[in-house]
Design a protein around this ligand. Structure first.
Ligand code: ZN
Length: 318
């Protein structure tokens, strides 16, 4: 049933139209906005200003910051992040921030040139995480960027945020430590829930089939076999070869339920389900949180929603 609503949850799946493609345009926009006095300003309450590339790490950062630091995401809820193109006002926000937090591992392909033009300090939150290589497609061999999708690897993000905030605002170090500890405890609860529930399933059901190959870290940490239609959201999604390979995996492994994610079209996965007799499970959330009234307004909601959806889908018999 979720399939009919999917794709309309956020209205717009991809955000390509507002992009900027050359440096001179960015510089001109910067000058214009500055001259008009419409540029973003520091919060006047004296708090440090932190900018993140996407909603998931903004939410983690807010949990560690509490009220001590102002945190804002450049991309909005529901945005397709892999192919995002920053706008002139995005560039301004990053330039004026005290600290920029990014995911790294090639997630924000748009981000490298973006950060090069900003003088703000930036911290890459996947530092210290052992990357899993992408298995196919044009990015074969490059790092899979979706390390936040496992609660265990997300713990590394949280400690990196905590340490960056202590450097940025040492007066609130105790707040950041306490908030990070509490948050790490919540991540650990979800990790344990998922591993215990999956361990109770028949071995052949422990396979996760999705649209994007975004669950490699979760699959590794939770003991799931993994298959997906395409490795990374890009222009080549749902080709006949990708559908054929996924259909074969589902048949050979007797996978009861296949899944797709909120920011992409699930048409190809519907076809896999039709051809194999597997169910199409409830939508999974990966690359973006929902808005405040949606199903996953926070990152912990996203992890819990996905863990429960995966467990419920794989529990069912064929
Ligand atoms: Zn993704």
């Amino acid at each position: 049933m979720a399939a009919t609503a999917r794709g309309t949850v956020f209205g717009v799946a991809k955000s390509r139209s507002a992009g900027i493609r050359n440096t001179s345009l960015v510089a001109a926009a910067f000058l214009l906005l500055s001259a008009c006095g419409t540029g973003f300003s520091q919060p006047d309450d004296g708090r440090k200003q932190v900018v993140t590339t996407f909603t998931v790490i903004a939410d983690m950062a807010r949990n560690v910051a509490g009220d001590a630091i102002a945190v804002e995401s450049i991309t909005k809820p529901g945005t397709e992040i892999h192919e995002y193109e920053p706008t002139p006002s995005d560039m301004l926000r990053a330039a004026k921030a005290d600290l920029v937090l990014d995911n790294g591992l090639g997630l924000e392909r748009w981000f490298d040139k973006f950060v090069q033009r900003s003088e703000a300090e930036h911290v890459t939150l996947t530092s210290g995480i052992e990357a899993i290589p992408i298995q196919g497609g044009e990015y074969r061999g490059k790092a899979n960027p979706h390390a936040w999708m496992s609660p265990r690897t997300a713990a590394v993000y949280v400690t990196n945020i905590r340490d960056a905030f202590i450097r940025l605002d040492p007066a609130h170090a105790e707040t950041f430590r306490a908030n990070a500890d509490a948050y790490l405890g919540r991540l650990d609860e979800i990790d344990r829930y998922l591993r215990e529930e999956l361990a109770a399933l028949p071995g052949e059901h422990r396979a996760l089939v999705t649209c994007e190959g975004a669950f490699s870290y979760l699959a590794r940490d939770a003991g799931l076999r993994e298959a997906y239609l395409w490795p990374v959201n890009s222009d080549s999604e749902g080709t006949p070869q990708q559908i054929k390979a996924t259909t074969e995996f589902v048949r050979e492994n007797g996978v009861p339920t296949v899944f797709c994610e909120s920011t992409v079209n699930d048409k190809a996965q519907q076809q896999v389900a039709r051809e194999t007799g597997a169910r199409l499970g409830d939508v999974l959330y990966v690359d973006s949180l929902s808005g405040p009234d949606g199903p996953v307004p926070t990152y912990l909601d996203l992890l819990r929603h996905d863990a429960e959806t995966i467990v419920a889908g794989l529990r069912g018999a064929r």
